[in-house]
Design a protein. Structure first.
Length: 203
């Protein structure tokens, strides 16, 4: 009588074949995807301002002094489908969930249905920018976001650039709230009020 634990050679071959197809015993496995890119359907697309989660968004925050003088200039990042922010924060460093210069004050929601492999593209652009030095004018946080959009071919385009992103964000981005609006504009208003007052007194 055959024992319960015994498997015929044919059955062993079939089981091994299944394991190999599934990636075991030397099969080819998919590249490991960062945990931060895995989200439940209930998480995706929901903006949570308290936790600074902005799924499928470009986010923006002012840079002290620089934005005060030039309100259209600021720091930019792009978010995974989970809302976690990635931003090119300095030479060879792409921040994750810890945006340089503080939490976003503005966000621009994008249409993820017009992109291919959103999370993978954001991840690959971030990995690339970990190998680059930060150049204030020509290869900066805006460029990192542009590469992400180009990799995912957002709206069928591969020509996204820092100037276009700066323009559409300045014109179309929403404020995260009253606090975001004040943080964006109040320093500039105070600064230019002082400048105007001083110039008026001298005249």
């Amino acid at each position: 009588m055959e024992r319960a634990w015994y498997c015929s050679p044919k059955k062993v071959i079939v089981l091994l074949t299944i394991d190999i197809v599934q990636g075991k015993y030397g099969g080819v496995e998919e590249p490991e995807v960062p945990n931060i890119m895995v989200a439940s359907a209930s998480m995706e697309g929901q903006i949570d301002r308290e936790k600074s989660r902005y799924p499928y968004c470009i986010v923006w925050t002012p840079i002290p002094l620089l934005t005060w003088f030039f309100p259209f200039i600021g720091h930019m990042g792009i978010c995974y489908s989970t809302g976690v922010i990635r931003d090119f924060a300095g030479p060879y460093y792409v921040s994750e969930d810890n945006m340089a210069f503080g939490n976003p004050t503005r966000y621009l929601k994008l249409d993820y249905t017009k992109a291919s492999n959103w999370d993978r593209s954001v991840y690959e652009a971030s990995e690339e920018y970990k190998t680059r030095t930060h150049k204030l004018i020509c290869d900066n946080c805006h460029s990192h976001v542009a590469m992400s959009l180009n990799l995912m071919k957002y709206r069928g385009m591969t020509s996204w650039n820092m100037i276009y992103l700066a323009a559409i964000t300045f014109v179309g981005a929403k404020y995260v709230g009253v606090g975001g609006f004040l943080k964006t504009w109040l320093p500039s208003v105070i600064l230019y009020s002082i400048i105007i007052a001083v110039c008026t007194i001298k005249l």
